[in-house]
Design a protein around this ligand. Structure first.
Ligand code: PHE
Length: 342
């Protein structure tokens, strides 16, 4: 029996050495140490031994079992670390290979400048107000002092929504948001409202039936034209640099009194006169003025106590000046060669 045990140990160890798979190792364990294994089979014969032999063989059997177990587990550890090493080798990446280029999207130039303008106004304590693109005649025209037969309506022909009794239309100007804001809030009011506006204009290098404006409105006690001037100068110097200068020209808008148009010194010649500014030295940027007392009253604000200023900036025009873009259509054609430049 002693020889049998020694033979089993030697055979098991030999087989272990040549075993190269973790699964096969398990099979070996079952074959030698399992309930029906070779070692167990021998131990079952212990009953036939003499009382003197029994402890000697018993001890030897335990030693053989422990030896095989130890050999099994050290083989298992070796196989595992080999497998690990192979996996690492297999999955190794060549860090010297060039990577795949990820192309990131960018903000559209209109969005980019709009965001800049939002930041500048937020820095001056303005809120951002939102208004509907589809609105009614009252908010877009009438409340702004443009009754149905007012000639200034001609320049703002728009798209009407059919099938409604009320006159529902696409807003032609963000000035409608002034009315919505003043109807819902009491002064002090300090807002800007960027958004899309619509006019039934034919498309060319400077016109589009859809474009963007940024409306500004401040209403409080003691607001004057100099507040308007200071606000717009701060804005434009932040956008175009400290060298630019503004020119305020008298103008007429039905909803402001007095009204003005604001021009900026030409981006190209700085005011001397060139082909870009048609020898004017200045380029028109926006309309503005002191909110008409009638508009304040229409919105339930006492014009004896409060005054305010308003302005409407054309976003496309501002961006064209900023980046020297000469055709407004480029903004809407989705040509990546154009969009990538900003
Ligand atoms: N809404 C005017 C326009 O579209 C601009 C403007 C806004 C003028 C606010 C004065 C005050 O031309």
């Amino acid at each position: 029996m002693k020889e049998q045990l020694e033979k089993i140990e030697a055979k098991a160890k030999q087989e272990l050495v040549s075993c190269s798979e973790i699964k096969a190792l398990d099979e070996l364990r079952v074959r030698y140490l399992g309930k029906k294994g070779e070692l167990t089979a021998i131990l079952k014969q212990m009953g036939s031994l003499s009382p003197e032999e029994r402890p000697v063989i018993g001890q030897l059997a335990n030693k053989v079992r422990a030896d095989i177990e130890e050999a099994l587990s050290s083989r298992l550890a070796a196989l595992k670390s080999e497998a690990q090493a192979a996996k690492i080798r297999e999955e190794a990446i060549d860090i010297t290979l060039p990577g795949k280029k990820i192309s990131y999207g960018k903000f559209h130039p209109l969005t980019k400048v709009e965001n800049e303008i939002r930041e500048i106004f937020m820095g001056m304590g303005f809120d951002i107000a939102d208004g509907p693109e589809i609105d009614d005649d009252y908010h877009v025209f009438e409340a702004l002092n443009l009754p149905p037969d007012h000639p200034a309506r001609d320049t703002q022909d728009t798209f009407y929504i059919a099938g409604t009794n009320e006159k529902i239309l696409l807003r032609t100007q963000t000035s409608s948001v002034q009315v919505h804001v003043m109807e819902n809030r009491k002064p002090p009011i300090r807002i800007i409202s960027p958004g899309r506006v619509f006019r039934s204009d034919a498309v060319d290098a400077t016109h589009s039936p859809l474009f963007h404006q940024i409306e500004g409105l401040v209403v409080d006690k003691g607001i004057t034209m100099s507040d308007l001037k200071g606000t717009l100068e701060t804005l434009m110097k932040k956008i175009y640099g400290n060298e630019c200068s503004l020119r305020f020209r008298p103008h007429h808008f039905p909803f402001t009194e007095p009204s003005c148009e604001v021009d900026i010194s030409c981006f190209n010649c700085g005011g001397k006169g060139c082909s870009m500014c048609k020898d004017e030295g200045y380029i028109e940027l926006l309309g503005a003025g002191m909110v008409h007392p009638k508009v304040l009253e229409n919105c339930g604000i006492d014009s004896n106590i409060y005054s305010g200023f308003a302005f409407g900036i054309g976003l496309e025009r501002t961006v064209m000046g900023r980046y020297d873009i000469n055709d407004l259509r480029l903004f809407y054609e989705n040509d990546v060669r154009f969009l990538e430049q900003f």
